[in-house]
Design a protein around this ligand. Sequence first.
Ligand code: PLP
Length: 455
Amino acid sequence: MSDVRTKILLDESHLPTHWYNILADLPNPPKPPLNPRTGEPVSPDDLAAIFPMALIEQEVSTERWIPIPEPVRDIYRLWRPTPLYRAHRLEAALGTPARIYYKYEGVSPAGSHKPNTAVAQAFYNKQAGIRRLATETGAGQWGSALSLACNLFGLECTVYMVKVSYHQKPYRRSMMETWGATVHASPSDRTQAGRAVLKADPESPGSLGIAISEAVEDAATHDDTNYALGSVLNHVLLHQTVIGLEAKEQLASVGEKADVVIAPCGGGSNLGGIAFPFLADRFQGEEVQVLAVEPSACPTLTRGQYAYDYGDVAGLTPLLPMYTLGRSFVPPGIHAGGLRYHGDSALVSQLYHEGHIQARAYPQGPVFEAAILFARHEGIVPAPESAHAVRAAVDEALACKERGEARTLLLNLSGHGHFDMGAYDAYLAGRLEDLEYPQEAIDRALEDLPQAPAI
Ligand SMILES: *Cc1c(COP(=O)(O)O)cnc(C)c1O
């Protein structure tokens, strides 16, 4: 059966009641995070200084379905279920027999998928009696999401924003301040980690790894303050599974099943969010392919090493098993700031390592070319991060055309690009560079991998 609808909506009664925990079904779960001092798996107590117990439990849970608290569902209802669209016009423009669907997470108040976990994290911290959350943000999407969520639950929010974005994206900062957050350019002089970086390089543009060090230090040194991470960790990917659960139901409502699920990959949260419910079917023997798309300027999966590494530059986090470019790698200043992270989620890394997920990297020129094509046919201006998935979907659709194959492609349009018009401006004016793949910088950073068991 096929359906010609363009916009596939679910009513609120279809809002998921549970998150899907892939740890229940993984054939081989990732190795545990290690305490860098002892070399032993981290204990819940190690994490309790910066996370509430409910999230620590979710981090290690192997329950397949985890109930979504009602106050979190109440806030989700402000914008969820999000729409699924069939890209009829893009398909026609490409002349492809493929059917392209996109799940649009840009309808959230912050403009991306990130509030799906920000709201849950703020809820559990409030419940644990925490007064303030500290976090980092790159392009500003995560900082905005957490500012929104903290505001809705009556928490204070302190955001360390990567300095280059702080100056490039003043309106993201205004948005966070509108929701009541306090924003500092990172590296800042407010933390030891920030001061150390500034001493070595007063002109440092900052990086996510540095900003994470600052936020973790802030949380660890204040009793009433916890830390919140917008990607990478198991509980973050868990919260994002509402995306895939809804998309599966929406596809089913028009008699469709995804052959390929495509998402941009920074730390892996929107990819995990849309793909994990489909991977559950793959573990049951269904054929579904998952494709992670990353920038060739920060090619974590396609060129990184699978090893234990720190999640931050200062080495304050546990050692995580992940594909990494080395924690001191500072990626070139590409416009998809949300994809400039040296590592990847342990879950995504393990799934990639075992061949359940594939990965592909693109330079930003072809990514923006696809973004403009998408905007001109579908209307929506994609976030530069999301545009990576658009590029890959366009290429998959063109490959289907060549092979005469009518596959069903599902892509995650993780956010809108309304705060990224500077990047579009640069592209349209022919000023956007295809930054070279920085092999030397990666080699240098990989020399610093910490002492740890091989994976
Ligand atoms: C943050 C962000 C990403 C990348 O982060 P993941 O954790 O890999 O999802 C992708 N798209 C948008 C719009 C983002 O804000």
